[in-house]
Design a protein around this ligand. Sequence first.
Ligand code: ACO
Length: 703
Amino acid sequence: MNKAAIDKLMKPKSVAVIGASAQPGKIGYTVLDNLIKGGYQGKIYPINPTATEILNRKVYPSVLDVPEAVDLAIITVPVKFVSQVAQECGEKGIKALSVITSGFSEVGRHDLEEELLEIARRYGMCVLGPNIVGTLSNSDKLNASFAPFLPYPGKATLITQSGALLIAMDAITYTRKVGFDKMISIGNMADVDFADFIDWLNEDENTNCICLYVEGLKDGRKFIEAGRRSQKPIIALKAGVSRHGAAAAASHTGSLAGAVKVYGGAFQQAGVVQASDLNNLFDRTLALSLQPPLKGDNLLVITNGGGVGVLATDAAEKYGIPLKFAPPEVQEEFKKHIPDFGSAKNPVDMTGMASDEWYYETVKLAYAHPWVDGLAVLYCETAMTNPLEIAQAVKRAIDDSGTSGRPVVVSMVGGTRCDQAMQWLVENGIPAYGPPDQAMNAMAALKEYYSIRAVLNEDRVEPDPARSVRARQIIAAARAEGRLHLTELEAKEIFASYGLPIATTKLATSEEEAVKIAREIGYPIVMKIVSPDIIHKSDAGGVKINIKDEAAARETYRAIITNVHNYKPEARIQGIVVQEMAPAGTEVIVGSVNDPTFGPTVMFGLGGIFVEVLKDVTFRVAPVNHHQIEWMLNEIRSAPILDGVRGEPPRDRAALVDVIYRYSIMISDLGDEIAETDANPVLVYGEGKGCKVVDSRVILKKK
Ligand code: ACO
């Protein structure tokens, strides 16, 4: 990150608008008008070759004619003039360009974008965009964009790849009362990208939460590192998750949108909380920008209505923060403030009789109680109470509790009086929502933030290139033969060099040798063809399992050779592998793909229908630490199967974690060589009994 250049971009002391126009309706007019109307305190220099005065400001024909230094140039000239204008900015000594103009890589004109970048590099300028709306900053009174107004003030900062969404979200900040200090349209990210801004915003005192709208990253690993470094919560909405959506995103921004599962895993590794849609992005941003994280499991709900209490309980479980009953001694304390027909368990139900005073006493007690890690206050509108007075009582109770550092969210279910009360709460730093589901989801974001950050930098995995020596020899030999598919034996030898527990497998080049190996391994055995020309061995009749004795082994040897000859007469046969017949276990799949955005990524799922039909798999960017692997194991839908089903004992999780750990190091070390791999199936046995990699596939990158 070029911090000094981004300082000039975000906090300029002087701004030139190149392409400023006197014609209302043109972007060059709007940007200049916005700078003035927004109350920007620095110097403004409109640049236009023919005009002499626009909006009562002296106009210069070129930026080179401006007598003083200029920090930021906002470019609003048509694409064909951008390079020339950028060149002049460089000569003028300007260090930051905000290029609003469209017509670059997003429409296939990568050459124009490259030309712009070359000029920028030559003069040490940073480039925001091109193809952007601009930037907005409340704390700097800087509306350097063609969005109509600065956002509703607050401490979140939005970075968005969609300029149109910036304008829409800017307007929504007022209806939702979600406060932002800055909004940044990042466009094609030719130069400055999400990671650069995350680093920069980390030091921005006016930002306490970073809110992202992401279509596609260019450098996934840089993003993950910046996310890890961030001291502030980051929340992201990833667009382009459907197949169709992914295609739309690619053409919109000029960058490729990656698969949803890879992004999901990568966001978690970057410590980034995710949002499911635009509303959810606002809900969660509101909580993350106003409240501390939820650090424990004891979430207490206070309500005046049983119904909303049940809805909140359901939602809490759905979002991974299930409610627990408060301990009896805690319940006793609550009972002092609620009628006999209420409930002091959790939710604490004060009943419809609850007044603002009851809310005050109960919230104050709960917020200060050592058992309580976080608090959700629910209110159903009643004829006897005034929602605003309830809201004020909640705020007063928290202020008077003598403690802080625990999150609180409020849900108010009712009409316009509730809307006004919620607005008051938000203005006073307490996130408030209508339905309890929304409030609990926001609370879950505070928990997710805490959980993913807590283990982020623990147990980091360092690649181990020394192990890769033998693997690289095998790969080089295959490449020398013009092959990208390794044989099973080659793949297994690579796996074994990383300490993966492979089923014993040896090559026999004759029937006699096969029988000898089988005796060593012990029956039953498996036999498989080894041929660089046969990728799908079963289709060629090249795999036989459960061979029980020597006679069957001899017969099978001959049968496999005949099958393969018949299937593909020209296939080169290197021999037949004799493999131990691994006992039945729970089948899982571990695999990898080299993702264009993130590089080597490791995948895990349960085998059979779980992977084939339900696509119940999860990804992480490799290498992956033990905490992340535990998450992978827990987050697939079929996870309970690993705990043992139908009376089976739990599976050997520790061994499985170790397999995924070693696998991720292997694909990471060999990321320059390997395109895809499969260990399928990996059999997982009961606790303490380990795992076995039964079949393996390695496909090399084209070079
Ligand atoms: N130096 C200074 N000014 C110049 C120069 C120069 N070298 N060359 C031209 N100009 C002036 C023009 O004379 C004109 O001023 P005028 O009105 O006094 O004649 C002004 O620059 C603008 O040029 P126009 O030819 O009028 O171009 P126009 O304003 O129609 O379009 C624009 C320019 C807005 C940059 C357009 O090319 C464009 O890219 N539009 C899309 C921008 C956009 O939407 N970006 C965000 C995408 S994200 C989203 O989805 C919202």
